[in-house]
Design a protein. Structure first.
Length: 301
């Protein structure tokens, strides 16, 4: 099957990705929802069992500790973050538990994630399986949470029913075409969520206080960001780490790259002066062109 056919199934049909190992924390205790509400950028107050939300966890200086999906179940909450962010996110959340009835447990070995993509994903998901809508796949997606052996068996079953199998590289193409940053590639502890284009999906400006809120508000209202994420058309020689140059001066760098249905595309960070679609920059192997500006400013509502 060709790449365009796979991507079409991921958008408009039914496709299933590989079983993924994620950083998964289980949060229990009667104060669990109120506590996470105070710790993250998203409004979790209306979550009911079966609901999910995308959120970020920040330092007091507004830098990312981790980001991912918060899922509500009858007896607990699950926090799903990138494996690279698991240790820091757990330490960050445990640090501020003082009088709260909250307990964190690492379920990373016990649960895996099976991504089901496409408009037919909801109908294909097994009843009773913990699921969360993912906004970071570049296509309509549900992430299913099961023990690793059950996730692998369900993947085989879905493929036997007609789901198109996707590999990790296909998911990267979808993500990069969608202009979506990934922790460990385009995001780390040095990044502000706004720089990485997370404002619209992860930050709720109408909720109460959260750690890092002052920095977030200052950057979004006053426009203090100096670098931010863009989507790039890249030459064959450019990959993660490639420098982006303007007038012989380094003005950014590439963080992700893939051969896509639209040619070689990538994500990278640029200085503010170069946040313009069509901006041409020198890089490894030739010229990079800004296709889309992803960094978000002025979105506070």
């Amino acid at each position: 099957m060709t790449l365009p056919e796979k991507l079409a199934a991921a958008h408009d049909g039914l496709a299933v990705g590989p079983v993924e190992s994620r950083g998964i924390l289980r949060v229990t205790g009667k104060d669990r929802l109120d506590y996470l509400q105070r710790m993250c950028t998203q409004d979790l107050s209306r979550l009911r069992p079966g609901d999910s939300a995308y959120a970020a966890f920040l330092t007091a200086k507004g830098h990312l500790v981790g980001e991912g999906t918060v899922l509500a179940r009858e007896e607990d909450l699950l926090v799903d973050v990138a494996p690279q962010a698991l240790g820091a996110t757990r330490a960050h959340l445990e640090k501020f538990v003082i009088m709260d009835d909250v307990v964190l447990e690492d379920l990373s070995g016990a649960l895996a994630v099976l991504p089901v993509l496409g408009s037919g994903g909801a109908a294909a998901a097994e009843p009773g399986v913990t699921r969360g809508a993912s906004r970071r796949r570049g296509a309509p997606a549900l992430d299913l949470y099961l023990p690793p052996d059950q996730a692998a068996a369900l993947r085989v079953a879905l493929i036997s029913r007609g789901a198109v199998p996707l590999e990790a590289g296909d998911l990267e193409v979808l993500r990069i075409e969608g202009g979506l940053a990934r922790f460990g590639a385009d995001m780390d502890g040095d990044r502000l969520p706004m720089e990485a284009g997370l404002t619209r999906d992860a930050i709720h400006f109408g909720k109460g206080c959260f750690i890092g809120q002052e920095v977030v508000l200052r950057a979004t209202v006053r426009g203090h960001l100096q670098k931010g994420l863009v989507q790039l058309a890249l030459p064959p020689g450019a990959g993660p780490g490639a420098r982006l140059l303007a007038g012989g001066q380094e003005v950014g760098w590439v963080t992700s790259a893939a051969e896509t249905s639209q040619g070689r595309l990538g994500l990278g960070y640029l200085r503010r002066a170069h946040w313009k679609a069509g901006e041409r920059l020198a890089t490894d192997g030739g010229e990079a062109v800004v296709r889309r500006v992803i960094v978000e400013e002025g979105t506070c509502q």
